[in-house]
Design a protein around this ligand. Structure first.
Ligand code: DON
Length: 304
């Protein structure tokens, strides 16, 4: 038997001593208000047991982590048609780079970089009757928690400063890979990124990726095959130009966000999340990466 609580406690004690905790994302002004000393971690086993340490019940901006949840919802709506409009190759580039998008004629490399997630947002704006309300309800349902909500200040802050995302959406539109208006799609995209969740809520929301597509309430939200494919995309594309490093150090499919959160899954075993707002130079949580590396090393559990 692995003593998970002792391991989480040890990791917490190790990483909070680190003098360089990385830098908080400042390009979305509202995100720069967070306390850089925050650190939380939560583990949820498939068997139902949970373990936590630190600020695991404090909400934060999940940002790009939301891209996995919109992808799951879009796959459940239109299945393989998604792949006519977005590819599944790692980009090897930062999350907001546009050069490949132009070279590759408006087909984003994958659904987890910004341009790819904007295409997925476009699909949901077309498919859902009330896109923002319906997506929020989906996240609340898979998590089993009605208290989850958008942070409207964060969404507004990004709307005012998200020039790079406007450029991506306009480029997609110029290549006929956006069916709705740039403003409607980005309004949805900025709201999905502004979702505020705790580490504990994130391990619940991502439970379906460790549980063959069935959420916490054992309802099939995506097929077993779709869960497998989303895990593959998280492993190869979930950390942008640091996806190789995350697979090398941690060895789990996962997704990061510029709010400093990371969530990862070991299929059939557990989901785990960590939050530390300081980012490394690639935009991924600095201590979060370290904590997960220590977790898979100390427990000897990874997909490899
Ligand atoms: O679109 C953006 O730039 C942000 N809303 C999300 C970026 C993000 O979280 C990248 N993750 N590491």
């Amino acid at each position: 038997m692995i003593d998970y609580q002792a391991i989480l406690n040890k990791i917490h004690a190790n990483v909070i001593q680190e003098p360089d905790k990385g830098n908080i994302a400042r390009y979305i002004p509202e995100l720069s208000r967070v306390n850089p000393e925050r650190f939380g971690m939560h583990l949820k086993l498939i068997s139902g047991e949970e373990f936590a340490v630190g600020d695991s019940e404090v909400g934060f901006s999940i940002q790009s982590i939301s891209k996995v949840l919109t992808l799951a919802m879009a796959m459940s709506k239109i299945g393989t048609h998604i792949w006519d409009r977005v590819d599944v190759e790692p980009s090897g580039n930062p999350f907001n780079h546009l050069s490949l998008l132009e070279l590759e004629e408006g087909i984003p490399r994958n659904p987890l970089i910004n341009s790819g997630a904007i295409v997925i947002a476009d699909i949901l704006v077309s498919e859902l009757e009330n896109p923002k309300a319906d997506f929020l309800k989906y996240v609340q349902d898979i998590t089993g928690d009605d208290s989850i909500s958008y942070n409207l200040k964060v969404a507004q802050s990004e709307k005012e400063t998200g020039f790079n995302n406007y450029a991506a959406a306009n480029l997609l539109k110029s290549f006929n890979n956006l069916n709705n208006s740039v403003d409607d799609v980005l309004d949805f995209y900025f709201h999905q990124c502004s979702l505020e969740m705790t580490c504990s809520q994130l391990t619940k929301a991502f439970f379906l990726f460790a549980n063959k597509g069935k959420c916490l309430a054992q309802v099939a939200r995506i097929t077993k095959s779709q869960a497998k494919r989303i895990n593959a995309i998280m492993l190869t594309c979930g950390f942008y130009d640091e996806a190789g490093e995350f697979a090398f150090e941690v060895g789990l499919p996962g997704k990061s966000g510029v709010g400093g959160g990371i969530v990862a899954a070991l299929p059939h075993e557990f989901t785990i999340s960590v939050w530390s707002p300081g980012l490394n130079e690639r935009g991924n949580s600095k201590l979060g990466m370290q904590a997960l590396e220590q977790f898979t090393t100390l427990t000897n559990q990874s997909i490899f």
